[in-house]
Design a protein around this ligand. Structure first.
Ligand code: ZN
Length: 405
């Protein structure tokens, strides 16, 4: 069941009672983490048994369901810590400094018409949180097919999880096959004997990564005498970078999926799992897989939410194989793939043709068929361009009508 978190701002800020609740929640999480570490347990029930009684005595009026969800948060903190210990980079004992709380869907009420949350704090004390609503937010509140999940409360905002029964993906009538590269997704849109190049560029993501990397380097140099400040400033840089990139990746994913949905396409992507870091640290950073993996994640979950079929394919040899005669070239070549049979094509586009063929041959793209020979070399459809945002228009002058159809 896909879940989507929607961020709401609070119209009148956080009432003081709710602020106390956040502080109690943090206290409960941290004491449960300490107790869990001592007793070597991580499950919510075990923590409940360990801490509930004592904490209840100290805070007799706190709403019991909030306490239970604090143990759940503590459980996941402990699990993450244990994973890090297992990998040998444990660091310090986990301690939550951030003010927040989580409430399960039975532990709060939401007036979906007026956008007001009724949150119990303790026996006899509820707070009403008025949400700032835009059309985007109203869309979620008024959709009866969405059910409410958990609520996460921060001092300045609320995240509400909406759940939906996953719509059944449509039967694809065409395919959008994309090869994921450092600065763009390149590929083909194929419908029967109509095969065209598509491109969704996110070159600004690499630029942002580079710029923030340089800035962090500069900060570390400038604040070399003060590690605490240096770390704080770098963390802020990191958060900014993260937001900026995340925003752009969402834009790219939305553009691709709208394109696919309009044409009833299946989206074919490569499986990005098997990546081995090389010995070169600088190259590793430059080729950091993170934004690409994240982009795939975003595409997949958005597609699931919208009912668009996504196919993931093993990319082995996809950049070395000739889609016409099936020969596998010995090594990767330059920007252009050339085969002895006369076939030649941009290396990335060629890879996406191979991904598509693999998907079709394994029956993953429904009853689709396509003919790589029908490939139109001179037409390109732009799925996303960072300069103008999402758009779809032809790059060639020859067949405008055919492309926009
Ligand atoms: Zn060939």
């Amino acid at each position: 069941m896909p879940v989507k978190g929607v961020v709401f701002c609070l119209e009148d800020g956080l009432p003081i009672e709710a602020r106390f609740l956040l502080e109690d929640f943090r206290l409960a999480v941290n004491s449960a983490v300490r107790a869990g570490l001592q007793a070597r347990v991580t499950s919510r029930n075990a923590l409940n048994k360990l801490v509930y009684k004592d904490f209840r005595q100290e805070h007799p009026r706190m709403y019991a369901k909030h306490l239970v969800s604090a143990f759940e948060v503590a459980g996941s903190v402990l699990k993450n810590h244990r994973r890090r210990v297992r990998k040998g980079n444990a660091g310090r004992i986990p301690y939550t400094t951030r003010l927040f709380m989580k409430a399960e869907n039975q532990a709060y009420k939401l007036d979906r018409v007026n956008g007001v949350i009724d949150l119990p704090i303790m026996a006899g004390c509820h707070v009403m949180l008025k949400l700032v609503l835009s059309d985007y937010h109203r869309g979620y509140l008024s959709d009866p097919s969405l059910t409410l999940g958990s609520l996460t409360l921060f001092p300045d905002r609320v995240i509400i999880a909406f759940r939906k029964n996953a719509p059944k993906p449509y039967v694809p009538e065409s395919a959008l096959s994309l090869d994921t590269n450092e600065r763009s997704l390149d590929g083909v849109f194929a419908k029967c004997d109509d095969v065209k190049t598509v491109k969704a560029e996110f070159s600004d993501v690499a630029m942002i990564q580079q710029r923030h990397h340089d800035r962090r380097k500069g900060l570390q140099k400038k604040k070399a005498h003060d590690r605490r400040t240096s770390r704080r400033l770098c963390r802020r840089e990191g958060a900014r970078e993260h937001h900026r990139i995340e925003y752009r990746l969402h834009q790219v994913a939305n553009a691709i999926l709208s394109f696919a949905e309009d044409r009833k396409s299946a989206v074919v992507l490569e499986e990005l799992k098997g990546f081995k870091p090389t010995w070169n640290k600088e190259l590793n950073r430059r080729l950091s897989l993170w934004p690409r993996r994240r982009l795939h994640q975003i595409i997949e979950y958005k597609a699931q939410w919208r009912g668009i079929p996504v196919v993931k394919v093993d990319p082995r040899n996809s950049s070395r194989t000739c889609p016409i005669c099936g020969r596998i070239q010995d090594s990767r070549m330059g920007a252009e793939f050339k085969c002895e049979c006369g076939w030649h094509l941009d290396r990335h586009i060629n890879a996406s043709l191979n991904l598509l063929q693999t998907a079709i041959s394994k029956g993953m793209a429904g009853g689709l068929r396509f003919n790589p020979g029908a490939f139109q070399h001179d037409v390109m459809m732009i799925l996303y361009d960072p300069v103008t945002g999402a758009r779809s228009e032809p790059n060639g002058t020859s067949c405008v009508g055919a492309v926009t159809s």
